[in-house]
Design a protein around this ligand. Structure first.
Ligand SMILES: Nc1nc2c(c(=O)[nH]1)N[C@H]1C(S)=C(S)[C@@H](COP(=O)(O)O)O[C@H]1N2
Ligand SMILES: [Mo]
Length: 381
């Protein structure tokens, strides 16, 4: 045995045997004993990291409990799914993307023609605008590295007419079984101004692999920083339209969740559907340190128009917000980052955990309404 390999083995054998649960996260309580995770209360049972159900009801809920700064890119098979691949797609025909409407030159792109134009688009987080507490534990939230074709480039090639102000992006959405809860018909209308400003693109690769079937193979739309409901999968058609285009059924279905005022009839009356500053706790770790129970929370922050680290936390309504111990600002607003906070509750019982950013000028309506509140029941102090 080589000397270095022997030294490495000796080092491993010299490690103290973990008592209780093994330590999955690098922690501040190095002298402490990691006892495990405390579940959030009232959230129900969830199946994590595995797809279930079909079509419009199909979901995969990402397990956020184990997240670390090293795993902020979600592997493709754990990335959340909202709607699984439609069973009515005829895969015997080659996929085609048509671009028409108010254009001078109609175009039809094959997958091969699109692939030639693919470029890296960076790390981008998606969140379902219906991401919720029960029973999905806020797990309709994931980030990947995407590659694709800038939408504006394709559109310019078709020489839009001067009346064209908006673009309708239509995805395949036919299922043999009817959905109990979702309206079929996936299309969204964007102003050309927003396409340019937010950098919408047709994604073809996710984490350097072809898009998985359930994520829109062969081509889906992504508008960075916008809610998932605008990120149309299985895109078949792009249509340039004018100012009078009515909102699509998908836009109407998601009007409230994307913070529209009422349900505007015309697409032009929709405000941008970008995510404001947001944050949520993803786990509560329980430790024993010098004979005392201690807790450490970890969470994520995302969205907004600036990268920030001024996150505040409070436990229950009657106490003041205080800065979280450690908050890493996002590298870019398109993706997420993490925060941690050590906590020694003074009594047993239930605590509501709420978060907000200190700067009142940072738009954070979902945090203001306690949308991401989570509750924990503490049995040991
Ligand atoms: N064709 C089509 N595209 C769609 C949907 C759909 O039902 N059909 N759902 C949308 C919604 S509500 C979300 S949150 C995202 C989810 O993308 P993902 O499943 O790749 O995470 O896809 C969007 N694109
Ligand atoms: Mo969604």
């Amino acid at each position: 045995m080589k000397k270095t390999a022997f030294a490495a083995l000796a080092h491993i054998l010299a490690q103290p045997r973990a008592r209780g649960a093994t330590k999955p996260f690098p922690g501040p309580f190095t002298s402490g004993e990691y006892l495990g995770l405390v579940d959030f209360a009232d959230e129900g049972e969830a199946l994590f990291n595995e797809p279930y159900d079909q079509g419009l009801e199909g979901r995969l809920v990402t397990d956020l409990r184990t997240l670390t700064m090293q795993s902020l890119i979600t592997p493709n098979d754990h990335f959340f799914i909202r709607t699984r691949v439609p069973d009515q797609i005829d895969w015997s025909k080659p996929w085609q993307l048509s671009v028409g409407g108010l254009v001078n030159t109609k175009q039809v792109f094959s997958v091969a023609a699109l692939e030639e134009r693919v470029e890296p688009m960076g790390d981008i987080l998606l969140e379902c605008s219906g991401n919720g507490r029960r029973p999905r534990h806020f797990g309709l939230l994931s980030a990947a590295h995407w590659s694709g074709v800038p939408l504006m480039e394709l559109l310019k090639q078709t020489k839009p007419r001067s009346r064209a102000t908006h673009i309708l992006v239509k995805g395949f959405d036919n299922y043999s079984r009817q959905s109990r809860s979702s309206v079929p018909g996936a299309s969204w209308i964007f102003s050309l101004h927003d396409v340019e400003r937010f950098g919408s693109f047709l994604a073809m690769e996710m984490n350097h692999q072809a898009l998985p079937m359930d994520h829109g193979y062969p081509v889906r739309l992504i508008t960075p920083r916008w809610y998932g409901c605008t990120c149309i999968k299985w895109v078949t058609e792009l249509r340039l339209v004018d100012d009078n285009a009515p909102a699509t059924s998908q836009m109407t279905e998601f009007a409230r969740r994307t913070h529209q005022t009422g349900r505007p009839k015309l697409a032009r009356d929709y405000t941008t559907s970008d995510m404001e500053h947001a944050a949520v706790a993803v786990r509560v770790e329980k430790w024993r340190v010098n004979g005392r129970f201690r807790y450490r929370l970890a969470g994520v922050l995302w969205g907004g128009t600036s990268t920030r680290n001024d996150l505040l936390i409070r436990f229950g309504k009657d106490v003041a917000y205080q800065p979280v111990d450690h908050c890493v600002a996002q590298t870019r607003t398109e993706t997420w980052s993490m925060w941690w906070h050590e906590w020694t509750p003074s009594r047993t019982g239930r605590y509501d955990i709420t978060l907000r950013f200190a700067d009142a000028a940072a738009a954070q309506r979902r945090l203001d309404s306690e949308y991401y509140r989570r509750t924990v029941a503490i049995d040991d102090v």
